[in-house]
Design a protein. Structure first.
Lengths: 107, 114
């Protein structure tokens, strides 16, 4: 069955430190993977898509098919990065979301 | 992008009643979805709202409990029927234009059933 696992429910780092939010997936086909972010009192919004291989707000994510992972990384975290992050797997016309990781960046 | 609005933003309802949530998109989109989200938890897909035909429901969700309409390419409704306290949740509408996976989300409807 298709599944997305985000092993860390909470993650706390200091401003300026590197941050990595982990995401593992299980899917037998060719995956389409995304990261969504929800800032406090805002709606859920798309952050990154794996096919575009882009950097948004300093975040990058690389799809590793061998490890079935799609970890989200940023070399220097900022306080405004504090938010809830969801990894999502797209397949068969719908999406499955992980449980989310709450990132707190401390000053 | 697409801007999505939902009405109502929140409601408190009595057990046994029904509530209809409206979702309006500012432009035509190919796909619309309805999710349920417990506060601080993951999103669970309820159904895909299909324009002009019956919605496609996920396992554990049935049309009698969650009837969905999508009369055109910019509007959908979700009704939560015969509510119980277990239906208390945030209900999210989303839409996709460029493929089914890059979704734009509404602000959500916070439902409390007493």
């Amino acid at each position: 069955a298709q599944r997305v696992t985000q092993p860390e429910k909470l993650l706390s780092v200091f401003k300026g430190a590197p941050v990595e939010l982990k995401c593992n997936y299980s899917y037998s086909g060719s995956p389409e993977l995304f990261w969504y972010v929800q800032y406090s009192r805002q709606r859920l919004q798309l952050l990154l898509r794996h096919i575009s291989r882009e950097s948004i707000k300093g975040f990058t994510a690389d799809l590793n098919k061998g490890e079935t992972s799609f970890h989200l990384k940023k070399p220097f975290a900022q306080e405004e990065d504090s938010a809830m992050y969801y990894c999502a797997l797209g397949y068969a016309g719908k999406s499955t979301f992980g449980d989310g990781t709450t990132l707190t960046v401390k000053p | 992008s697409a801007v999505i609005s939902q009405k109502p933003s929140r409601d408190i309802c009595q057990r046994g009643t029904s509530l209809t949530i409206q979702c309006q998109v500012d432009s035509q989109v190919t796909m619309m979805f309805w999710y349920r989200q417990q506060p601080g938890q993951s999103l669970t897909l309820i159904a895909t709202a299909n324009q002009g035909s019956e919605a496609t429901y996920e396992s554990g969700f049935v049309i009698d409990k969650f009837p969905i309409s999508r009369p055109n390419l910019t509007f959908s409704t979700l009704t939560v029927s015969n509510m119980s306290p277990e239906d208390s949740s945030i209900y999210l509408c989303s839409a996709a234009r460029d493929g089914p996976y890059e979704q734009y989300f509404g602000p959500g409807t916070r439902l409390t059933v007493t």
